[in-house]
Design a binder for this molecule. Structure first.
Ligand code: ADP
Ligand code: MG
Length: 383
């Protein structure tokens, strides 16, 4: 619960840039029908660096193809910068894509008869970016950035797979598009080159570009501002994925369908001390104060929890009434995801790792509470 990317998020502008609404994609072929995306709702904000993770075959590449307008959804809408991507004609969409998106394909798709420099210049030619004389210089700068300056004149087949991948990344950056979409961009790179590419993406996102990166490497998500998990064509609730990262993706998905959303106004009481607790709560939005009441009924805030933290587990695990009051913080409303006692019990049984991790947190919190109680006592005794 400590590796949290949420604070970074809060500082972003939170302007919706990409909106996917109820996307369904069914492939029809000789073998029959297969639904690869089953109702995807996803909003991405400007400047976010998003990792999309999920097992092989879960629908990651299909999802990217919906976003880039390369393939079309069976039903649903994709809105990018206010523009309905699939309301455009094919030719308009292709120009729109060139101007707005830099795409790194899973299998690079460099043109084999063009050298790396020419490959990088190609999108510039297509959208008419920079003067003709300027293009080689700009393309060379990009190749330098990904460490390929010395290979600029070589054909793709004359360099390594990793170098081809780096060239594909340089090409995606060539028109300075506001959105970079990359399908497993570090899949063929050694860890040093991979980390260099992530640094590059990180820098681009801090300059306001939006980066959407598919990866099957969960460790990459430490570097992104947000992680979206897809499982069998369904998005896993992001709060669940962050709050309970040790659950299997299948369990995350199952749990996503069981949670109940509850809203509280600023300063509204969520749980009273000594009340029985029947739910496990995860914070989706906002902050909550954990409060002990002093002898003279004054409130002592002993801690504040924020997005992706949880509470209620102590009472569910140990039985008994709430050991403190919980209240929505004063400055903003709170959105919680609640799981019933029964579902919580099921979850602990299904995921021993999660049970252990939560057990550790219970211990830590009880210790903190003890210390807070002691402080309170000392204060009362005037020591
Ligand atoms: P991922 O990128 O997560 O590995 P994909 O998005 O490529 O997964 O594929 C998701 C599912 O859709 C897979 O089961 C795949 O076999 C199927 N699929 C993808 N493209 C097609 C297609 N053109 N025709 C039929 N099935 C497809
Ligand atoms: Mg894929």
């Amino acid at each position: 619960m400590t590796d949290r990317s949420q604070p970074q998020l809060a500082s972003l502008s939170e302007k919706p840039l990409i909106e996917m609404q109820q996307i369904v994609k069914t492939f029809v072929n000789a073998a029959g029908e297969f639904t690869a995306l089953r109702g995807i709702d996803l909003t991405l904000n400007e400047g976010e660096f998003v990792a999309i993770i999920g097992k092989s075959g879960s629908g990651k590449s299909t999802l990217l193809n919906m976003l880039t307008g390369i393939d079309h959804p069976s039903t649903g809408k994709v809105i990018v910068k206010g523009v309905d991507v699939y309301a455009m004609s094919e030719s308009k969409r292709s120009l729109w894509r060139g101007r707005n998106l830099g795409i790194v394909f899973q299998f690079f798709q460099l043109l084999p008869m063009l050298n790396l420099l020419e490959n990088v210049m190609l999108p510039m030619d297509y959208v008419g970016m920079y003067g003709i004389d300027e293009r080689p210089k700009k393309a060379m700068e990009l190749l330098r950035m990904v460490g390929l300056e010395e290979h600029a004149q070589k054909l793709p087949r004359a360099v390594s797979t990793g170098q081809q991948q780096s060239a594909a990344i340089a090409r995606a950056l060539s028109t300075d598009a506001p959105i970079i979409v990359a399908d497993e961009p570090t899949g063929n790179l050694d860890s040093r080159s991979a980390s260099h590419i992530i640094d590059l993406f990180d820098e681009l996102s801090s300059r306001g570009k939006t980066i959407v990166m598919v990866t099957h490497d969960p460790s990459m998500t430490k570097r992104t501002s947000r992680t979206v998990v897809i499982s069998d064509g369904i998005l896993v609730n992001e709060t669940i994925a962050q709050a309970l990262p040790l659950l299997s993706q299948a369990l995350m998905k199952e749990l996503s369908e069981k949670v109940e959303k509850i809203h509280f106004q600023p300063s509204e009481t969520i749980l009273r001390s000594k009340e029985s607790v029947e739910k496990f709560f995860m914070i989706a939005k906002g902050k909550v104060d954990i409060i002990l009441q002093g002898r003279r009924k004054e409130d002592l805030v002993i801690s504040q929890l924020s997005a992706n933290d949880f509470f209620g587990e102590i009472e569910l695990i140990r039985g008994g009434k709430s050991i403190a009051s919980v209240r929505a913080a004063a400055d903003e409303p709170v959105e919680l995801l609640a799981i019933s006692r029964e579902d919580f019990g099921w979850l602990m049984k299904e995921s021993p790792l999660t049970e252990k991790a939560i057990g550790n947190i219970v211990q830590k919190r009880l210790e903190e509470k003890k210390q807070a109680d002691r402080r309170k006592k000392r204060k009362l005794l005037g020591r």
